[in-house]
Ligand binder design. Structure first.
Ligand SMILES: [Zn+2]
Length: 210
C-alpha cells in the first residue's frame, strides 16, 4: 500500500538524546502524539528494566504519559512490531544492547519512522551502550540540554550523587542531577565536597528533583 502524501511516511531514524531531566521522553511523547493525530499506526516500546514510574507507559519527569509495551530484549522488541505499524517510538534506548542499531535500521528500511529516545552518556560521562552507533546511522539527531543544578547553565551531563544529601531521593540510594561541563564531576570524593559546599550556601534542604 503506497499512498502519496499519506499512509506510510518515509522510513527514517530519529534520535532524541541528552542528559537526565532534559525532556527526552517528553519530546518523544510530543512526536508520537502528533503521529497519532495524523492517524498513523503507532507503537511505543521501552525496556522492561525501566520500571521507574509505570510498567506500561512512557512517562516524562513532568508526568506526561503515553501507553508503551515493555520488552525484555531487542529480539522481543523486533518480534512485537506489527507489520502495518508506521511509527515506532522507543524510550530509554540506552538500556538495550547494540543489536538495537540493526533492528532500527531494518525497521526504517521497511518504511517505518523510528523515533528513539535515550541517554547519550552515562553518569561517568561515557557514551551509553547503543546510543553512539544509533546517532551515527540516524537521519535526524536532536540533542537536548537540561539545566545545571549548580549554576543554571545548559547541562549535558548526568551527575550521579550517592545518598548523603538531604534532597528528595527517587526510591533508590542513588540520585541524579543534570550538570554543565564545569560542574560535572564523575569522581565521588570530589562530588561530596561540592555537595557540602552547596549545602552551606543553601542552608535549607532542596526539593528541586521532580
Ligand atoms: Zn554548571
Amino acid at each position: 500500500m503506497t499512498v502519496h502524501g499519506f499512509g506510510f511516511p518515509q522510513g527514517r531514524i530519529e534520535v532524541i538524546c541528552g542528559p537526565m531531566f532534559s525532556g527526552k521522553s517528553e519530546e518523544l511523547i510530543r512526536r508520537v502524539r502528533r503521529a497519532i493525530i495524523a492517524r498513523q499506526r503507532v507503537q511505543v516500546l521501552k525496556p522492561a528494566i525501566d520500571t521507574r514510574y509505570s510498567e506500561s507507559h512512557v512517562v516524562s519527569h513532568s508526568d506526561v504519559r503515553l501507553h508503551a509495551s515493555c520488552v525484555a530484549t531487542v529480539r522481543d522488541l523486533y518480534a512485537a512490531i506489527h507489520p502495518r505499524t508506521e511509527v515506532v517510538g522507543i524510550d530509554e534506548a540506552q538500556f538495550f544492547d547494540e543489536e538495537l542499531v540493526a533492528v532500527c535500521n531494518s525497521l526504517a528500511n521497511r518504511g517505518m519512522r523510528v523515533i528513539v529516545a535515550g541517554l547519550d552518556m552515562d553518569y561517568r560521562g561515557l557514551p551509553f551502550a547503543p546510543m553512539p552507533r544509533l546517532l551515527g546511522v540516524a537521519e535526524i539527531v536532536t540533542k537536548i540540554q537540561a539545566v545545571c543544578m549548580e549554576c543554571g547553565a545548559p547541562a549535558s551531563f548526568s551527575q550521579r550523587i550517592k545518598g548523603g544529601d538531604s534532597t528528595v531521593e527517587l526510591g533508590s540510594s542513588e540520585r541524579y542531577e543534570a550538570r554543565c561541563r564545569r560542574h560535572f564531576e564523575p569522581e565521588e570524593a570530589r562530588q561530596m565536597e561540592l555537595l557540602r559546599a552547596r549545602a552551606e550556601v543553601l542552608r535549607v534542604p532542596t526539593t528541586l528533583d521532580a
